[in-house]
Write a protein of this length. Sequence first.
Length: 375
Amino acid sequence: MLDIDICGEASNGREAILQAETLRPDVIIMDLSMPLMNGLEAIREIGRFHPETQIVILSQYDVPASLSDASGAITHVPKASLWTKLVPALRSIQFGDEPDASGEATSSLESARKALRESEERFRFTFEQSAVGMSHVSPDGHHLRTNSRLSELLGYTPQEFQSLHFHDITHPSDLAREIDLARKLANGEIDRYCLEARYFSKGGNIVPADLTVNAVRDSRGKLRYSVRVIAESAARISAQAALETAKRDLTLASGHLDLLAHHTGASIHRCSREFKYLWVNQLFADWLRKPVDQIVGRLIADIIGSEAFSLLRPRFEEVLSGKDVTYEETTTYGGVEPRHISAAYRPIVDPAGSITGWLAVLRDLTPPKSRSASS
């Protein structure tokens, strides 16, 4: 009859070292494959400071059942034989049976270590070179390990991620649903879930993503950690591509307008529903005697003056109602001397059919002699 009390559990090598220091157990059953720090590294550290602690290694590698090693491990149990060999191994430890310290055991352990290192190298390469963001998250929701792609997506360093709970970066509107799914994963009701979610980047931007979470459990089915895969949302990628296309089209259209304006002598500008200048050509900026960057993005009233804006506002309202507007008059803009102009406004309509602003073309009809006399 075995007299065993389970005094603690750990989900990774670092936690195992801390638990060993705190609890001082007689025996530790150690899995070799764990996040943050693998079992062999943890065994070495525990053996340095607590050589009296006996350790049973669990591994998928076929190593003889008993071994004695400088790391402090005395017994090995293959995972394939867990149910038949673990209890005898613990009984052997309890009743003080001497382990077999043969050279074959040491050689087999070295083979196991080599295979483990190769397996971990393959995992690290796959993990770090993945085209999607990946992380290992503890049962309490904290990040244990993250890859470089996740840092690129959200802007946090791996060290910063380790201080963050997944709650901290998830959009509040998506959080309740994910907490419910994470609870079911931890309770063993599900082993995997997928959802569309939004995350906050370090810079405060919202990043839509497709999330897939898989459970990694121990031999008793308890959650050790979860593997989270965060991929850029297909909708976001499509929207980004559409935005880049729109920017290129706008740049091309602006170039065409500038070329047209240069040959016709027309001043051209684009305005928004909020009565701001969105784009102006150089002729219009020269006409107002202001640099382009001091016009774009500012309110019309701030550029041409409140009096001129009040006189023109009825025409602005008319074009925003969907009508083409043309007129000819003498006006004063922003302190510029009175000019006789001809103007035409046309509404700008977005793909949904909404009017977002207007395009204006102005020609200065002031006779050259009047301009010289004014200046």
